[in-house]
Write a new protein. Structure first.
Ligand SMILES: *Cc1c(COP(=O)(O)O)cnc(C)c1O
Length: 428
């Protein structure tokens, strides 16, 4: 086995390169410690985290309350499988269903598994409750979606790189444009075997595309009218990221789960959560639905060895409590507005940034260069040198998504780093 001498960044990167599959292209930084909004690399250099592990670390790195829940539970009981009951899952299930206003949870581990679960649930519901013939169920999805990496999920992806050479693909999906209610209407009219509409309320990986304000409410209504399940993938947008508890809350800023009481709430029949549901401390995902849908799944029909394990249950409960105690939705809303205002101010006299868009603290800037250029990548390298970590998505777009516990002073410092860095890329 190779050992690392000293704390040389290149040594770690070489090891990863030699022994790890090359399925990612990371920024050349090797992190070894995190606290709140900060990360430190192996040489002790400190950074602002402006990615939050793709919005998994909304509560900040190594949150003491979440770590305590992890440590307490890990020293008592880690895993039983669900062949037996454990004393953590029941209380967690009661807590999270009350929190989001659903009858039941089906617990999984990764986001992709939760999406798969929602697909299976919708198909079974379609056959058993809607009367769709066996193997005829169709699920409508959106172009430029991102829902994960399994064989079925990439089958309905438009991303050539994510899809190429991985066929044969799973049938049963119809793609329409995001934020296009007429296209949804048309597809419902043309096909009677549709069981679900799977949608990201804001498209994240595609580059942070926020739909029109009434889009999700119209989706909910149209799905109801057509006896189709509205399936919201809030793995990235949920858990206060966009300035409300869920993106489907719309502009409700009560920061709690008034949910069904609020008239801006577009109620999904199936809600998919992951990422920040555990504050990034442990892989936890969840599918939430009411009994009319969830009860189509019976013993033996679906499962996961680690899904709903005692550590996951304890960690996710603690992580969800932090979201409310620290009013993260309200903070994301306030700081997000400040961030976009500051960036819009910068853009007025910029040639290198064309626009900033987003909601809450899920934002992106578009770089004035072709998606094939490496300008956005080079800007991220320079941001790293200046003490801030962010990553391009789709070539010329840079996503900015810091932990939601950030203070105004910290955000101001980050804006200064970002604008100073961008200025160096302005044409002279
Ligand atoms: C990250 C993400 C997923 C996949 O989650 P994994 O935990 O990586 O499997 C699915 N949907 C959306 C919207 C995501 O952002």
């Amino acid at each position: 086995m190779e050992t690392i001498s000293g704390s040389n960044t290149e040594n770690y990167i070489d090891l990863e390169h030699q022994y790890g599959a090359h399925n990612y292209h990371p920024l050349p930084v090797v992190l070894e410690r995190g606290k709140g909004v900060y990360l430190w690399d192996v040489d002790g250099k400190k950074y602002f985290d402006f990615l939050s592990a793709y919005s998994a670390v909304n509560q900040g790195h190594c949150h003491p309350k979440i770590l305590k829940a992890l440590q307490d539970q890990a020293s008592k009981l880690c895993l039983t499988s669900r062949a037996f009951h454990n004393s953590s899952f029941g209380p967690f299930a009661a807590y999270i269903t009350e929190y989001f206003g659903y009858d039941k949870i089906l617990p999984m581990n990764s986001g992709a598994e939760a999406v798969e679960t929602a697909i299976k649930l919708a198909r079974k519901w379609g056959v058993q409750k809607k009367g769709v013939p066996q193997e005829q169920a169709q699920i409508v999805v959106c172009h430029n979606n991102f829902h994960g990496r399994t064989t079925t999920i990439i089958s309905f992806s438009d991303d050539h790189v994510a899809k190429k050479d991985f066929g044969p693909y799973t049938p049963g999906f119809i793609a329409i444009p995001h934020n296009d209610i007429d296209a949804l209407k048309a597809v419902f009219t043309s096909n009677k075997n549709i069981v679900g509409f799977l949608v990201e309320p804001i498209q994240g990986e595609a580059g942070i595309f926020t739909p029109e304000e009434d889009y999700l409410r119209n989706v909910q209504q149209l799905c109801n009218q057509n006896d189709v399940l509205f399936i919201a993938d809030e793995i990235q947008t949920g858990i206060a990221r966009t300035g409300s508890l869920l993106a489907v809350c719309g502009n409700c800023d009560c920061s709690s789960s008034c949910l069904r009481q609020s008239d801006t709430f577009a109620a999904p029949d199936i809600l998919i959560l992951g990422k920040a549901i555990s504050g990034g401390v442990y892989p936890v995902s969840a599918v939430l639905a009411n009994n009319a849908v969830m009860d189509v799944i019976q013993p033996g029909e679906h499962g996961s060895t680690f899904g709903g394990n005692p550590i996951a249950a304890a960690v996710a409960t603690a992580a969800l409590k932090v979201v409310k105690e620290e009013k993260l939705a309200a903070n994301a809303r306030k700081l997000g507005q400040l961030f976009r205002d500051a960036m819009n101010d910068y853009i007025k006299s910029s040639d290198i940034v064309t626009l900033v868009r987003g909601k809450g603290l899920l934002n992106a800037i578009v770089i004035n260069d072709s998606p094939e250029s490496d300008t956005a990548w080079n800007i991220c390298l320079a941001l790293k040198e200046n003490g801030l970590l962010a990553k391009p998505t789709h070539g010329n777009i840079i996503r900015f998504a810091p932990p939601l516990i950030m203070t105004i002073d910290e955000l101001t410092a980050c804006v200064a780093i970002i604008t100073k860095t961008l200025r160096d890329f302005e044409p002279k």
